[in-house]
Design a protein around this ligand. Structure first.
Ligand code: ADP
Length: 209
């Protein structure tokens, strides 16, 4: 984030004199408190300054990169996840292809009759099954999907950065967000490379606070 000249001056004043009230900062800059209000708000929101009621502003001592790390550590799956698209294990490869087109997703999560996660099905799994002129409506997805316990999943409270690392490590496009139940893992969401990209753009544009 780019600070303007006045904001830089406010940081310097607070570094040397903090804790210091908004009034006092304004005096030192020969400005009114009202004129400074937006700058002080920006500096507190972005973490450069901290405001203590009845005490004043003080400099947090955090660098730009520490502040960025703080923000990344607040970005959790819950805020960026999408709605999951699940299919039952009895579905055929043909059904799965239709669902992928209709729902516009690249990965389907496969559940059993109880709604418990048992597998994942990607575009390439379906392409592989289509090689060799087979009848796709006769191929059950349960024989072509990747299955538990080899499915990588995450929880809604996990950090986006940790999920992003898993996506790279495991070379997959997405994973189910799950919740533990008595029966097994219930799929509650979907976290894909697109969600991570969106989180990255928000971070760069400073919309995340
Ligand atoms: P594609 O195969 O279309 O490029 P992926 O890279 O996501 O898509 O999938 C690669 C392989 O990993 C596929 O065989 C797929 O079944 C499997 N896969 C996809 N998602 C997961 C997951 N969350 N956990 C484990 N395996 C997965």
């Amino acid at each position: 984030m780019e600070l303007n000249e006045r904001q830089k001056k406010i940081i310097e004043i607070t570094k040397e004199n903090g804790p210091i009230t908004g009034e006092q900062i304004a005096e030192k800059l020969n400005l009114t408190r009202a004129t400074l209000r937006p700058d002080l708000a920006i500096l507190t929101m972005s973490g450069f300054l901290e405001a203590r009621p009845r005490v004043g502003y003080f400099y947090t001592g955090k660098t730009q990169s520490q502040l960025l790390t703080d923000k990344v550590k607040k970005m959790t799956v819950k805020s960026y996840q999408s709605i999951p698209v699940v299919v039952e294990e009895s579905a055929s490869a043909y059904d799965a292809i239709c669902t992928m087109f209709l729902e516009d997703v690249g990965t389907l999560f496969v559940v059993n009759k109880d709604g418990v996660l048992i597998g994942a099905l990607s575009r390439k799994d379906l392409l592989r099954a289509s090689l060799g002129n087979q009848d796709l409506s006769a191929i059950p997805i349960s024989v072509i999907m990747s299955r538990m316990p080899n499915i990588t999943y995450c929880h809604s409270h996990d950090l986006i950065i940790d999920v992003a690392k898993l996506l790279i490590e495991r070379q997959i496009d997405g994973m189910p967000v799950v919740k533990e139940t008595d029966k097994g893992l219930e799929v509650t969401g979907r976290l894909t490379k697109t969600n991570v990209t969106r989180a990255f753009v928000e971070l760069a544009e400073g919309q995340f606070d």
